[in-house]
Design a protein around this ligand. Structure first.
Ligand code: ITT
Length: 199
Protein backbone atom coordinates (compact mmCIF):
# COMPACT_ATOMS: atom_id res chain seq x y z
CA UNK A 1 0.00 0.00 0.00
CA UNK A 2 1.24 3.48 -0.84
CA UNK A 3 0.46 6.35 1.49
CA UNK A 4 -0.50 9.59 -0.25
CA UNK A 5 0.82 12.93 0.84
CA UNK A 6 -0.39 16.38 -0.12
CA UNK A 7 -3.74 17.19 -1.59
CA UNK A 8 -6.39 14.50 -1.82
CA UNK A 9 -7.86 13.31 -5.10
CA UNK A 10 -11.23 14.20 -6.63
CA UNK A 11 -14.04 12.08 -5.17
CA UNK A 12 -17.78 11.93 -5.96
CA UNK A 13 -18.89 8.95 -3.87
CA UNK A 14 -17.38 7.50 -0.72
CA UNK A 15 -18.21 4.45 1.39
CA UNK A 16 -18.44 5.26 5.09
CA UNK A 17 -16.75 2.07 6.32
CA UNK A 18 -18.03 1.70 9.86
CA UNK A 19 -20.73 -0.31 11.59
CA UNK A 20 -20.92 2.21 14.46
CA UNK A 21 -23.98 4.44 13.94
CA UNK A 22 -22.47 7.20 16.10
CA UNK A 23 -19.47 7.39 13.80
CA UNK A 24 -21.71 7.31 10.69
CA UNK A 25 -23.55 10.44 11.90
CA UNK A 26 -20.32 12.28 12.69
CA UNK A 27 -18.59 11.34 9.42
CA UNK A 28 -21.59 12.17 7.24
CA UNK A 29 -22.15 15.53 8.92
CA UNK A 30 -18.49 16.52 8.61
CA UNK A 31 -18.14 15.43 4.97
CA UNK A 32 -21.14 17.51 3.82
CA UNK A 33 -19.05 20.55 2.75
CA UNK A 34 -17.12 18.34 0.32
CA UNK A 35 -20.31 17.38 -1.53
CA UNK A 36 -19.33 13.71 -1.55
CA UNK A 37 -22.19 11.22 -1.79
CA UNK A 38 -21.89 8.99 1.29
CA UNK A 39 -22.73 5.30 0.86
CA UNK A 40 -23.32 2.80 3.66
CA UNK A 41 -21.54 -0.54 3.95
CA UNK A 42 -24.44 -2.48 2.44
CA UNK A 43 -23.56 -6.17 2.49
CA UNK A 44 -19.83 -5.53 3.03
CA UNK A 45 -18.53 -7.07 6.26
CA UNK A 46 -15.63 -5.32 7.93
CA UNK A 47 -12.60 -7.51 8.73
CA UNK A 48 -11.48 -8.43 12.22
CA UNK A 49 -9.29 -5.72 13.76
CA UNK A 50 -6.06 -7.69 13.99
CA UNK A 51 -3.72 -4.69 13.99
CA UNK A 52 -1.96 -3.34 17.06
CA UNK A 53 -2.31 0.33 16.07
CA UNK A 54 -5.20 2.60 15.12
CA UNK A 55 -3.49 3.17 11.77
CA UNK A 56 -3.33 -0.55 10.94
CA UNK A 57 -6.94 -1.20 11.93
CA UNK A 58 -8.32 1.83 10.10
CA UNK A 59 -6.40 0.76 6.97
CA UNK A 60 -7.73 -2.81 7.27
CA UNK A 61 -11.33 -1.57 7.41
CA UNK A 62 -10.99 1.09 4.70
CA UNK A 63 -9.13 -1.20 2.27
CA UNK A 64 -11.63 -4.03 2.71
CA UNK A 65 -14.53 -1.68 1.92
CA UNK A 66 -12.73 -0.07 -1.04
CA UNK A 67 -11.83 -3.45 -2.55
CA UNK A 68 -15.33 -4.85 -2.05
CA UNK A 69 -17.17 -1.84 -3.51
CA UNK A 70 -14.72 -0.38 -6.06
CA UNK A 71 -15.26 3.02 -4.39
CA UNK A 72 -13.04 5.12 -2.13
CA UNK A 73 -13.80 4.16 1.47
CA UNK A 74 -13.31 6.07 4.71
CA UNK A 75 -12.75 4.19 7.98
CA UNK A 76 -12.07 5.40 11.51
CA UNK A 77 -10.24 3.51 14.22
CA UNK A 78 -10.35 5.17 17.58
CA UNK A 79 -10.14 4.70 21.31
CA UNK A 80 -9.70 6.24 24.71
CA UNK A 81 -6.31 6.12 26.46
CA UNK A 82 -6.31 6.47 30.25
CA UNK A 83 -3.01 7.56 31.79
CA UNK A 84 -3.54 5.82 35.16
CA UNK A 85 -4.27 2.57 33.28
CA UNK A 86 -1.06 2.74 31.26
CA UNK A 87 -2.90 3.93 28.14
CA UNK A 88 -5.58 1.23 28.22
CA UNK A 89 -8.04 0.46 26.73
CA UNK A 90 -6.63 2.37 23.74
CA UNK A 91 -6.76 0.44 20.50
CA UNK A 92 -8.86 -2.21 22.28
CA UNK A 93 -11.56 0.26 23.41
CA UNK A 94 -14.38 -1.45 21.51
CA UNK A 95 -13.51 -4.82 23.10
CA UNK A 96 -12.71 -3.53 26.61
CA UNK A 97 -13.48 -6.24 29.16
CA UNK A 98 -15.10 -8.36 26.45
CA UNK A 99 -18.45 -6.90 27.46
CA UNK A 100 -21.21 -6.27 24.97
CA UNK A 101 -22.51 -2.75 25.41
CA UNK A 102 -21.23 0.81 25.77
CA UNK A 103 -22.93 1.03 29.18
CA UNK A 104 -21.19 -2.13 30.42
CA UNK A 105 -17.81 -0.85 29.20
CA UNK A 106 -18.41 2.46 30.95
CA UNK A 107 -19.28 0.68 34.21
CA UNK A 108 -16.11 -1.40 33.94
CA UNK A 109 -13.94 1.66 33.25
CA UNK A 110 -15.42 3.52 36.24
CA UNK A 111 -14.76 0.45 38.40
CA UNK A 112 -11.09 0.29 37.30
CA UNK A 113 -10.75 4.03 38.02
CA UNK A 114 -12.30 3.88 41.50
CA UNK A 115 -10.09 5.73 44.03
CA UNK A 116 -7.74 6.92 41.24
CA UNK A 117 -7.03 10.64 41.57
CA UNK A 118 -5.13 11.01 38.29
CA UNK A 119 -8.04 10.87 35.84
CA UNK A 120 -6.28 12.21 32.73
CA UNK A 121 -7.29 10.58 29.46
CA UNK A 122 -7.32 11.24 25.76
CA UNK A 123 -9.37 10.17 22.78
CA UNK A 124 -7.54 9.31 19.56
CA UNK A 125 -9.03 8.93 16.08
CA UNK A 126 -7.24 7.80 12.95
CA UNK A 127 -9.08 8.12 9.67
CA UNK A 128 -7.92 6.21 6.61
CA UNK A 129 -9.32 7.01 3.19
CA UNK A 130 -8.53 4.06 0.90
CA UNK A 131 -8.85 4.06 -2.86
CA UNK A 132 -9.62 0.93 -4.89
CA UNK A 133 -6.12 1.09 -6.42
CA UNK A 134 -4.60 0.64 -2.96
CA UNK A 135 -3.56 4.24 -2.28
CA UNK A 136 -4.21 5.49 1.25
CA UNK A 137 -4.58 8.84 2.97
CA UNK A 138 -4.28 9.00 6.77
CA UNK A 139 -5.44 11.67 9.23
CA UNK A 140 -5.10 11.68 13.05
CA UNK A 141 -6.82 13.73 15.73
CA UNK A 142 -6.65 13.76 19.53
CA UNK A 143 -8.43 15.46 22.42
CA UNK A 144 -7.20 15.47 26.02
CA UNK A 145 -9.37 15.63 29.12
CA UNK A 146 -10.41 13.95 32.36
CA UNK A 147 -12.51 10.92 33.17
CA UNK A 148 -15.55 11.87 35.26
CA UNK A 149 -16.60 9.92 38.37
CA UNK A 150 -19.90 9.04 36.73
CA UNK A 151 -21.74 9.47 33.41
CA UNK A 152 -23.03 12.90 32.37
CA UNK A 153 -25.34 13.40 29.37
CA UNK A 154 -27.27 11.24 26.96
CA UNK A 155 -25.62 12.40 23.71
CA UNK A 156 -22.83 10.94 21.61
CA UNK A 157 -21.90 7.29 22.02
CA UNK A 158 -19.37 5.00 23.69
CA UNK A 159 -17.32 6.65 26.43
CA UNK A 160 -18.65 10.18 25.69
CA UNK A 161 -20.65 10.55 28.96
CA UNK A 162 -17.49 9.82 31.00
CA UNK A 163 -15.18 12.31 29.27
CA UNK A 164 -14.70 15.97 30.15
CA UNK A 165 -12.51 17.60 27.48
CA UNK A 166 -9.91 20.08 28.75
CA UNK A 167 -11.36 23.60 28.81
CA UNK A 168 -14.96 22.40 28.53
CA UNK A 169 -17.77 22.66 31.10
CA UNK A 170 -19.71 19.98 29.22
CA UNK A 171 -18.92 16.28 29.03
CA UNK A 172 -18.86 14.91 25.48
CA UNK A 173 -22.15 13.21 26.32
CA UNK A 174 -23.72 16.61 27.06
CA UNK A 175 -22.63 18.16 23.75
CA UNK A 176 -24.56 18.51 20.54
CA UNK A 177 -23.02 16.78 17.55
CA UNK A 178 -21.74 20.16 16.32
CA UNK A 179 -20.16 21.01 19.71
CA UNK A 180 -18.48 17.61 19.85
CA UNK A 181 -17.18 17.86 16.26
CA UNK A 182 -15.59 21.24 17.01
CA UNK A 183 -13.25 19.83 19.68
CA UNK A 184 -13.22 16.04 19.34
CA UNK A 185 -10.50 13.68 18.17
CA UNK A 186 -12.61 12.65 15.16
CA UNK A 187 -13.58 16.27 14.44
CA UNK A 188 -9.89 17.18 14.33
CA UNK A 189 -8.96 14.28 12.05
CA UNK A 190 -11.91 15.21 9.81
CA UNK A 191 -10.79 18.86 9.70
CA UNK A 192 -7.40 17.68 8.40
CA UNK A 193 -9.11 15.53 5.76
CA UNK A 194 -11.33 18.43 4.70
CA UNK A 195 -8.33 20.77 4.43
CA UNK A 196 -6.45 18.23 2.29
CA UNK A 197 -9.47 18.02 -0.04
CA UNK A 198 -9.81 21.76 -0.36
CA UNK A 199 -12.88 22.41 1.84
P1 ITT B 1 -16.20 0.24 13.55
O1 ITT B 1 -14.95 -0.58 13.78
O2 ITT B 1 -17.26 -0.48 12.79
O3 ITT B 1 -15.89 1.59 12.98
P2 ITT B 1 -16.28 0.32 16.46
O4 ITT B 1 -17.22 0.95 17.45
O5 ITT B 1 -15.93 -1.13 16.66
O6 ITT B 1 -16.87 0.55 15.00
P3 ITT B 1 -13.49 0.98 16.91
O7 ITT B 1 -13.04 -0.41 16.65
O8 ITT B 1 -12.70 2.12 16.33
O9 ITT B 1 -14.99 1.21 16.40
O10 ITT B 1 -13.62 1.15 18.47
C1 ITT B 1 -13.57 2.41 19.04
C2 ITT B 1 -14.28 2.37 20.36
O11 ITT B 1 -13.77 3.49 21.12
C3 ITT B 1 -15.78 2.61 20.17
O12 ITT B 1 -16.51 1.46 20.17
C4 ITT B 1 -16.10 3.48 21.39
O13 ITT B 1 -16.37 2.66 22.47
C5 ITT B 1 -14.80 4.25 21.65
N1 ITT B 1 -14.87 5.55 20.98
C6 ITT B 1 -14.26 5.92 19.82
N2 ITT B 1 -14.59 7.17 19.50
C7 ITT B 1 -15.43 7.59 20.45
C8 ITT B 1 -16.13 8.78 20.64
O14 ITT B 1 -16.07 9.77 19.77
N3 ITT B 1 -16.90 8.89 21.72
C9 ITT B 1 -16.99 7.88 22.60
N4 ITT B 1 -16.40 6.71 22.48
C10 ITT B 1 -15.61 6.56 21.40
Amino acid sequence: MQRETGRGRQIRRVVVATSNSGKVSELQEALAPLGWQCEGLGSVTLPEETGSTYEENAALKACAAAMATGLPALADDSGIEVLALGGQPGVYSARFGNVGSDVERNVLLLEKMRHKTDRRAKFVSVLVLAYPDGKLEEYRGEVTGQLLEGPRGEGGFGYDPLFLPDGSALSMGEMTLEQKQAISHRGRALAALLAAHGA
